[in-house]
Design a protein around this ligand. Structure first.
Ligand code: 5GP
Length: 120
């Protein structure tokens, strides 16, 4: 069964401005901010503004405009951070096996160093 969206998850609070964050980018569909516990010199999270727990949830319920807007936002953030030329890594964790800690869909952007192992 699909998990219901928890309105009190930490990223929902960030979107409502109840918890501060270091904003990188914002538009109608997406909000991007620095991870509080960075795992690379650049570690930014991009989240949809609407309430989705997982990729499954997002792709089932979001409009085409939201999916396009969110996907483009990730690209805009990588360009603004000048990561495209050196390269970077995207990661999305889902559920227990994916080790998802915050139940609001988020894309991790990692950059600023060379990555080696593909998965941990
Ligand atoms: P997950 O394991 O769910 O894919 O990643 C959750 C990420 O959210 C972790 O990298 C964690 O450091 C980050 N995070 C958790 N709480 C906060 C917070 O309050 N502010 C920010 N900026 N990042 C957070």
């Amino acid at each position: 069964p699909r998990l219901p969206y928890d309105e009190n998850n930490v990223f929902a609070k960030i979107l409502r401005g109840e918890i501060p964050s270091k904003k990188v980018y914002e538009d109608d569909f997406a909000f991007a901010f620095h991870d509080i516990n960075p795992q690379a010199p650049v570690h930014v999270l991009v989240i949809p503004k609407a309430a989705y727990v997982s990729w499954d949830d997002f792709t089932l319920k979001a409009s085409d405009a939201e999916i396009a807007g969110f996907t483009r936002a990730v690209g805009r953030v990588t360009r603004e951070l000048e990561l495209d030329q050196p390269g970077y890594r995207l990661m999305v964790n889902m559920g227990g096996h994916g080790h998802q800690e915050v139940p609001h869909l988020h894309v991790h952007i990692f950059g600023g160093r060379q990555f080696r192992v593909m998965i941990g």
